[in-house]
Design a binder for this molecule. Structure first.
Ligand code: PLP
Length: 392
């Protein structure tokens, strides 16, 4: 049967990292306590207003197909949010609500990329970005970011990687897994450089709200009024409002791009889930900004994790300016039996019962990723175990 699979899916590869996740599940099933730092989701509950509104929508029978691009009221509420926060020029019709930010990115890939195209991506990067580019049979052009520079994103390096084949730059800031961010000036230079070259900038702002040390959230939307033809923003309810399972995100940008995105969505998922959208609408209407408290809590956890990681021999961790992951370099602690990020993670799981994601998943085998979206007690206990196991 394998021979019948497309090259596309063969190249996707299940990856050895899933074996680490599988092993964690086995240990949990066997009743072991696992200190799980692998999750890419906040540990807070979804907002009560969302839960109540979705429950009410279900009770009211709001259970049919909706408009492909999502219910107009939700698109309107998104347009108002971006106008208020970033002076974006977009109206209801400039948004497509999608099945998570992931589907927005996938539908953009299907709309903008094809064989012969290059897509510029800062690395290390989130696993699905290169996978989606390759599914569209385009090529990834990786531009490395530097741990010594806090994995910050810079316009010059990204623009220098553009050629006549470049179909887009995909900027994920704050970045999963590195926590790297971009400054307002660099973002403006990047958006301007893209506009001059006629290259779409796809800004994946899934972690928009999670920036620390007093920084304000940034969005490429703030430049869309000046550069309406090349700015595309992807956002998500998942991380900001702890609504990962609701599967709701969005794309906003130039009308012809959004029409293509909606056309793809029409053949892929139809609309996002009807009653989930009612919940999300209520969150926006209520002005829920519970994430402000989450941001403070994540900052405390970040400080704890980074300090403790840096106290471990052979490990060095830059302080992530955004998102909720630490991405330490661990190759200084490689030994026999743990000579790659996968072996290292497997060893950590077996001996310390600490679950992390090997850096190889993100194209950085000297690193591992630890999520600090879990309680401080769990973090402390897991880091104790880690210290014991690495010392031994
Ligand atoms: N972009 C990045 C960088 C992510 O880390 C994720 C989820 O982990 C997403 C997009 C998509 O999230 P969702 O599909 O839950 O909105």
């Amino acid at each position: 049967m394998t021979s019948r699979l497309t090259r596309r899916t063969q190249n996707l590869g299940e990856s050895a990292t899933l074996k680490v996740a599988q092993r964690a599940l086995e240990l949990k099933a066997a009743g072991e306590t696992i200190y799980d730092f692998s999750a890419g989701e906040p540990d807070f509950p979804s907002p009560k207003v969302a839960v109540e509104a979705a429950r009410q929508a279900l009770a009211d029978g709001f259970t049919r197909y909706t408009a492909v691009a999502g219910i107009p009221a939700l698109r309107q509420a998104l347009a108002e949010r971006y106008a208020r926060r970033y002076d974006a020029p977009w109206g209801e019709r400039d948004f497509v609500v999608t099945v998570g930010g992931k589907a927005a990115l996938f539908e953009l890939a299907m709309s903008l990329f094809e064989p012969g195209c290059e897509v510029v991506v800062p690395t290390p990067c989130w696993v699905s970005i290169p996978a989606q580019v390759r599914l569209a049979e385009a090529e990834v052009v990786a531009v490395e970011t530097d741990p010594a520079d806090g994995f910050r994103l810079h316009a010059d390096a990204l623009l220098a990687a553009c050629t006549v084949q470049t179909a887009a730059i995909i900027l994920n800031a704050p970045c999963n897994p590195t926590g790297g961010v971009i400054s307002q000036d660099e973002l403006a230079a990047l958006v301007e450089g893209c506009a001059e070259r006629g290259i779409p900038l796809i800004a994946d702002e899934t972690y928009e709200e999670y920036v620390y040390d007093g920084a304000s959230p940034l969005s490429a939307a703030s430049l869309a009024r000046r550069y309406p033809d090349t700015v595309i923003v992807v956002g998500s309810f998942s991380k900001t409002w702890a609504m990962t399972g609701w599967r709701l995100g969005w794309a906003a940008g130039p009308p012809e791009v959004l029409r293509a995105v909606a056309a793809v969505q029409g053949h892929l998922t139809s609309n996002p889930t009807s009653f989930a959208m009612q919940g999300a609408l209520k969150v926006l209407q209520s002005g829920d900004d519970g994430f402000a408290e989450h941001r403070r809590e994540f900052q405390r956890r970040r400080n704890l994790v980074v300090a403790r990681l840096n106290a471990l021999e052979g490990i060095s961790c830059s302080t992530p300016a955004g998102a909720f992951y630490a991405f330490p370099r661990v190759d200084g602690a490689f030994r026999a039996g743990r000579r790659s990020s996968i072996e290292f993670s497997r060893d950590l799981l077996d001996r310390a019962h600490v679950a992390v994601v090997p850096g190889s998943a993100f194209g950085a085998d000297e690193h591992i990723r630890l999520s600090f979206a879990c309680s401080r007690e769990t973090l402390e206990a897991g880091l104790d175990r880690m210290a014991e196991s690495l010392g031994g």
